[in-house]
Design a protein around this ligand. Structure first.
Ligand code: CTP
Ligand code: MG
Length: 227
C-alpha cells in the first residue's frame, strides 16, 4: 500500500543553537534533512514527499534538496510543530491511504522499524514508534520539588515515524482546530481526538538530535559506519 511521507523540518533548533535551521545542519558533510530522507528509500512511498521548511529559508532548502532524486513538495511550516504538520497535510493529494510523519531530526531510523510502524497503522489506523524508558521518571511540581514518580513499566518515550490513515489524522486535526488542543506529537493529538494509537517498540538508535551532544553522538555513529 502506498504511503505518503511528511517531514516536519521547519524548526529552528534553538536547543542546538546553530546559526541555521536544524534540518540544514551538516552531519559528516551532508544536511541532516538529506540523511533522514535517505532512510525512506522504499518503493511504496507516494510522491512527492512533503517537507516543511521554516519561513525565510526556502532557497537554502531548495539548494540542499537539488541533489535528492525523489520529487519533494516544499511547504512553509508554522510557529509550532503542529502548525507545520497541519500545513503539510493540506498538500496530501493522491491515492495513498496512509501518511507517515517523521521528524527531520531523526536520521537513524531503521527500515525494519519504519516497516513495522506502517504495518501497525494499516491494521489499527494509527501507530507510533516508541521506546520503554530506562530511567525512572520524576515529575517536577513546577517549583523544583519531586511531585510524583509514575510507574516506569508503563512509560514509553515517543519517537517517529508516526503513521496514520489519512482520514484519521485529518479528523484529529479538525478536532484540534475546533478546541485549540496543542501537542508536540501527532499520535497524542490522534489519541486525544478519540482514536486508539498502537505503540510499536522502536530502537534506541532512533533518537532525536536536539542538543549539541546529540549532534556529536550522531557524528560519532556516522564516522563509525552506522547504517
Ligand atoms: N518542527 C517543525 N515546525 C516547527 C517546530 C518543529 O516542523 N514549528 C520540526 C523540527 O524541524 C523537527 C521536529 O519538528 O524536525 C521535532 O522538533 P524539535 O526537535 O523540537 O526541533 P526544533 O523545534 O527545531 O528544535 P528546538 O525545539 O530546540 O527549537
Ligand atoms: Mg521544538
Amino acid at each position: 500500500m502506498k504511503t505518503h511521507l511528511l517531514i516536519p523540518a521547519a524548526g529552528m533548533g534553538r536547543r542546538l543553537g546553530k546559526d541555521l535551521p536544524k534540518a540544514l545542519v551538516p552531519l559528516r558533510g551532508e544536511a541532516l534533512l538529506l540523511a533522514t530522507l535517505k532512510r525512506f528509500a522504499f518503493p511504496w512511498i507516494a510522491m512527492p514527499v512533503i517537507v516543511l521548511f521554516p519561513r525565510g529559508h526556502e532557497a537554502e532548502f531548495r539548494k540542499v534538496l537539488a541533489s535528492y532524486p525523489i520529487p519533494v513538495e516544499l511547504v512553509e511550516g508554522g510557529g509550532e510543530r503542529q502548525d507545520s504538520v497541519m500545513r503539510g497535510l493540506r498538500f496530501i493529494k493522491g491515492e495513498a491511504n496512509l501518511v507517515a510523519i517523521h521528524d527531520a531530526a531523526r536520521p537513524f531510523v531503521s527500515p525494519e522499524d519504519i516497516s513495522a510502524v506502517v504495518e501497525a497503522a494499516e491494521r489499527h489506523g494509527a501507530a507510533t514508534l516508541a521506546m520503554p524508558v530506562a530511567d525512572t521518571i520524576l515529575m517536577n511540581d513546577g517549583g523544583g520539588f519531586l511531585h510524583n514518580t509514575p510507574d516506569r513499566s508503563l512509560l514509553w518515550a515517543c519517537q517517529t515515524p508516526q503513521v496514520f490513515q489519512i482520514d484519521v489524522i485529518r479528523a484529529a486535526y479538525g478536532w484540534a482546530g475546533e478546541n485549540g488542543t496543542l501537542c508536540t506529537d501527532d499520535a497524542t493529538l490522534v489519541y486525544r481526538s478519540g482514536h486508539a494509537v498502537k505503540l510499536v517498540r522502536g530502537s534506541a538508535s532512533n533518537f532525536k538530535i536536539t542538543t549539541g551532544s546529540d549532534l556529536q553522538y550522531a557524528d560519532f555513529l556516522m564516522e563509525h559506519g552506522f547504517s
